[in-house]
Design a protein around this ligand. Structure first.
Ligand SMILES: Nc1ncnc2c1ncn2[C@@H]1O[C@H](COP(=O)(O)OP(=O)(O)O)[C@@H](O)[C@H]1O
Ligand SMILES: [Mg+2]
Length: 265
């Protein structure tokens, strides 16, 4: 593995509500290399979003620390752009202005207005949304909204792209197209990505490594699986690829066994 660019060190998280404290995450240790595509998979409620929000700086750790490029993370910042399952576009702004707003925020003073325009258009092009730049979020499909959200995140030139089930609300075909777009973008830009998913095929198709979390409370990293599939990856070729099938089976086995554990408890 590459040297640690993003380092999650002994992170634990507890929430206190109404006088009772629940430990959600325990002893999370993870090193992510620059340019690596990591997926976090685990059952609903185990703490995946909590972990992503900690890396985003939206949720403080209870114990441990997160380091990105040797700096400690303790607040949100443009070096960590997040894309959520439900797009968070501003409904009164056009597609263009939703991206431009972020570009202006990050690059004002560093790029001229003309450069910020070009950069906005470049990122809309990357996700094939330049043609819809004058539309508002209510006038485009769910998949298109996620594309705009991804363009906005990329436009910030983050050190890490944080994706929280970004394709979770989409139909299968739209999801497949968007996965392919994200793979192409990752191949050409070399982004460091941490993606949460509960879709086994999505995890295997996109990831260099899959981090499998145990069920909560006090969820931990159960196993980390390497996905040694050459890139670029073609989904149709992979359906019969022995390495793909082995990885898929390993993740399913992990999730199924953990799930059974909960049902038996
Ligand atoms: N702000 C909060 N206050 C209290 N409990 C929370 C808070 N955020 C998340 N939790 C709890 O932490 C656990 C993990 O939630 P989450 O990280 O959203 O799981 P996942 O994304 O894996 O489905 C859940 O039991 C949830 O209720
Ligand atoms: Mg979640």
């Amino acid at each position: 593995m590459a040297s640690a660019y993003l380092s999650i060190e002994q992170v634990g998280k507890s929430f206190t509500r109404g006088g009772s404290t629940t430990q959600v995450l325990a002893d999370i240790d993870l090193k992510v290399g620059r340019g690596e595509y990591i997926s976090i998979i685990g059952h609903s409620g185990c703490g995946k979003s909590t972990l992503l929000n900690i890396v985003a700086g939206l949720t403080p750790v209870s114990t441990g620390a997160v380091l990105l490029d040797n700096s400690e993370v303790n607040a949100p910042g443009p070096d960590r752009a997040v894309v959520f399952q439900n797009h968070s576009l501003l409904p009164w702004l056009t597609v263009y202005d939703n991206v431009r707003l972020a570009v202006d925020k990050v690059f004002r003073g560093r790029k001229s207005a003309a450069e910020r325009h070009d950069w906005t258009m470049h990122n809309l092009d990357l996700v094939q949304m330049a043609h819809a730049r004058t539309r508002r979020p209510s006038e485009i499909s769910g998949g298109m909204k996620q594309r705009v959200g991804i363009a906005r995140a990329l436009a910030m030139e983050p050190k890490v792209l944080l994706l929280d089930e970004p394709f979770g609300a989409l139909d299968a075909l739209t999801r497949a197209h968007l996965q392919d777009s994200v793979m192409q973008i990752h191949a050409s830009l070399g982004n460091t990505v941490m993606m949460i998913t509960h879709d086994v095929d999505e995890a295997v198709l996109l990831s260099d490594r899959i981090v499998m979390m145990t069920n909560g409370p006090a969820a931990r990293i159960g196993e980390i699986l390497d996905v040694p599939l050459a890139r670029p990856r073609e989904r149709l070729d992979l359906v019969a690829d022995p390495t793909y099938l082995r990885c898929r089976a390993a993740v399913l086995k992990f999730l199924y066994e953990r799930h059974r554990l909960v049902e038996a408890a």
